[in-house]
Design a binder for this molecule. Structure first.
Ligand SMILES: [Zn+2]
Length: 396
């Protein structure tokens, strides 16, 4: 049995003083509660490991933001095409280790090559590994073939499912095939004005791109509505759907998303990189939408750190309190990935924990300092295995 005894522990819903958390050799938590009387506790605050609900772990940086989104997509595709499989897998492992150093233990990975499950076995994050597919031209038969080809073997802690990329790159038949059986899906949605223009009117840079790629079906007619209403018509605004970005919601879209039960993930690093206006996350939360945080990739984010995302989120949405922001980086991420136990420390959950120096702080001070990025982990436990960080860590 392994134990961590800390002056403070946050389960994700409540604080425990002089706490003890016990886990077995498989990394499963068997007890969270008060430490026995007289037991020595370390001057630490233990918190649930952070959940990064949207990442592309294999991608590399492509420099400053190009002037248009389509040229950025071109730069990302060229960078991916240059890299061999070993490099892509090594990128994924390096990014997982970087995330782990800053207290993150779970990820919603968007895997466009099928290489990520191997990386996730090397650094065993929890979460979900979505296999990304595109195909705006695909009918039901070719969609079925593509999805059968791309289905991956995940693990118990990080099951695989599908990510139909976006409404401007995925046909209705491919959406239906990805979501068949109500498996969880992750979709980039309402990210760009050009996406909304293409879906409403069938014009603009995305039409030109599809024509260039030979992927615009003959006789194509635009859906005539924006991304969210398009997904609603495809019956995809449901609790197993995670919508990524939602920068360009139209009037009524937030209510549609809330009514359907879908989640949203926002990526503050990407908002910064492209100089976008932060969307109204406070309003979405008030409607009951689970809003999670993600790093996205190094192609649109300098750092690969959920603590950096948290502090950027605190700057972008100053009206949100530390406990709301922390929930976005933990339990909301678990819900968004359809892994509702993630981001909470409780019996039966995996021992995914990070600890910071408490040093006389109150629980409110600890949470505030973590969210503002001024208190970094001494150590992170991934499936019960300790990884020390930066300065000398605890003995436990
Ligand atoms: Zn993305």
């Amino acid at each position: 049995m392994n134990a961590l005894r800390a002056r403070l522990l946050f389960t994700g819903s409540r604080w425990i003083e002089r706490a003890e958390i016990l886990w077995d050799t498989t990394g499963r938590i068997v007890r969270v509660g008060r430490a026995p009387k007289g037991a020595k506790v370390q001057d630490l605050a233990a918190l649930p490991g952070l959940v990064n609900a949207h990442a592309h772990l294999q991608l590399e940086g492509v420099g400053p933001a190009p002037t248009t989104f389509v040229s950025w997509v071109g730069a990302v595709m060229a960078s991916r095409a240059r890299a061999d499989q070993r490099t892509l897998r090594a990128n994924a492992v390096a990014n997982l280790r970087a995330l782990l150093r800053d207290g993150c233990t779970a990820v919603g990975e968007i895997d466009s090559t099928g290489l990520s499950p191997a990386a996730l076995r090397t650094v065993p994050f929890a979460g979900r590994c979505y296999q990304e597919v595109t195909g705006f031209h695909l009918d039901a038969t070719s969609a079925r073939e593509l999805v059968a080809h791309r289905r991956a073997q995940g693990s118990d802690h990080c099951p695989a499912s599908m990510s139909p990329h976006a409404p401007y790159s995925v046909s209705p038949a491919l959406f239906a095939e990805c979501a068949r059986g109500r498996v969880p899906i992750s979709v980039h949605a309402a990210e760009l004005p050009e996406e909304q223009q293409f879906l409403r009117e069938g014009t603009g840079p995305f039409r030109e791109l599809l024509v260039r790629l030979g992927r615009l079906p003959e006789g194509f007619r635009a859906p005539g509505v924006g991304a969210v209403r398009h997904l609603e018509r495809l019956s995809l605004l449901r609790p197993t759907t995670l919508l990524v970005h939602c920068q360009e919601l139209e009037r009524g879209d937030a209510a549609r998303i809330a009514a359907g039960g879908a989640s949203i993930v926002v990526c503050p690093g990407t908002i910064d990189y492209f100089g976008r206006t932060p969307p109204p996350v406070g309003e979405w939360l008030r409607r009951g939408i689970p809003v999670a945080l993600g790093t996205d990739s190094r192609a649109s984010n300098r750092a690969m750190s959920m603590l950096e995302e948290l502090s950027a989120a605190a700057r972008m949405w100053p009206s949100l309190g530390p406990s709301t922001l922390f929930a976005m980086a933990t339990a909301h991420g678990g819900r968004a990935l359809c892994r509702p136990g993630l981001g909470l420390l409780r019996r039966g959950a995996r021992a995914d924990i990070f600890a910071v120096a408490a040093e006389g702080r109150s629980s409110a001070d600890v949470l505030e300092s973590v969210v503002r990025g001024s208190l970094r982990p001494r150590a992170t436990w991934l499936a019960g295995r300790m990884h020390r960080a930066r300065s000398p860590g605890p003995n436990g």
